[in-house]
Design a binder for this molecule. Sequence first.
Ligand SMILES: NC(=O)C1=CN([C@@H]2O[C@H](COP(=O)(O)OP(=O)(O)OC[C@H]3O[C@@H](n4cnc5c(N)ncnc54)[C@H](O)[C@@H]3O)[C@@H](O)[C@H]2O)C=CC1
Ligand SMILES: CC(=O)[C@H](N)C(=O)O
Length: 388
Amino acid sequence: MPVFRVSRQVACWMLQSPACGCRASVLPSRLLGTSPRQIPMDANFHSTSFSEADQQRVLITGDKLHSPSYNKAKAAGGLGQLGVGLASFLRKRFGKDNVILSDIRKPPEHVFLSGPFIYSDILDYKNLREIVVNNRITWLFHYSALLSAVGEANVSLARAVNITGLHNVLDVAAEHGLRLFVPSTIGAFGPTSPRNPTPDLCIQRPRTIYGVSKVHAELMGEYYYYRYGLDFRCLRYPGIISADSQPGGGTTDYAVQIFHEAVKNGRFECNLKPDTRLPMMYIDDCLRATLEVMEAPAESLSMRTYNISAMSFTPAELAQEVLKHIPELQVTYNVDPVRQAIADSWPMNFDDSNARKDWGWKHDFDLPELVTTMLNLHGSESRVAQAN
Ligand SMILES: NC(=O)C1=CN([C@@H]2O[C@H](COP(=O)(O)OP(=O)(O)OC[C@H]3O[C@@H](n4cnc5c(N)ncnc54)[C@H](O)[C@@H]3O)[C@@H](O)[C@H]2O)C=CC1
Ligand SMILES: CC(=O)[C@H](N)C(=O)O
């Protein structure tokens, strides 16, 4: 009978956490390279305010996109839905100059003036590495992605950005010892997952390229954690609702658009059926959860990928809550079959008990507070617009 010998070190990274103290030290081959171009002779360090070891230097990836149709849609609304909000949130914590927002296109003036902004295409590994080195980045938030609906419209681009881009980010983060946050999503589950509620660990067979790429990201991040000790942290976000930016082409976009349309036109045409139940979250909760999991002591994390949840509602329930404030609102339904099929395969309720137990996650916004807050923000914006 053959005898298989497995070294203690290899067994350790296969079976346990890096905390076992015998992490394999071999990095993937491209991480070993010491290309003379890695640090240019004229490297220009922008990190004027970097001083203490505990002062993080943060890079956020992900704002604009190559695809002309996608760009046209985003041009009206500005940058990525979450990246700009995250930058502003983290700048309050780490200081304006210590949080760098990145993009592949020119930002609008208010974003450019609000703090450091830099060109970065996540498909360009050397560019990414140069930015991390020159700016002495310590934490990386990887937000670049094509969301569920736009991903189905352009599978090859989604595959490149969501999978190849992630590989670049993982390698750069491992090579430079960064703490890496990658958001996952309710879309990482599929029709064969338990949907009500959906626990952290269960079958994951999504049927969108977006979902497949996010499961890939979860697994690759966890693999790099066990294999190379990369400090990878990941939250599965519900649909995120925010007032100051346009959604990026997802299935949950309706829950953002209803507020824009209700205030602007008093009418809203919903592209999901009225009884489609999905988990949702207000952006303030999402950003706070993201910082909390990044700051959580490593020993409090029993997993590297957590569900987080706040509320769950249907379009009819959301419309009913908005009607309490805008009784004249007219809501009609014109179902988009692609988005509906995606929504029907996603969780209805998210079980986030592990996040609550391990690092004290607690949401602040339920449906009534969400609606009041969103309408207040839109109301003040429209009053400003009218005054101008
Ligand atoms: N908004 C939501 O409801 C949810 C978002 N998430 C995740 O959060 C992250 C951010 O989401 P959003 O801000 O809503 O997405 P978004 O679509 O608004 O922004 C994503 C950004 O990635 C950028 N990007 C694409 N290709 C790039 C490239 N080659 N180099 C650099 N950047 C590139 C796009 O330009 C875009 O601005 C994504 O990873 C998404 O999967 C997860 C669950 C829910
Ligand atoms: C929930 C998400 O990941 C995103 N908003 C989408 O609908 O694609």
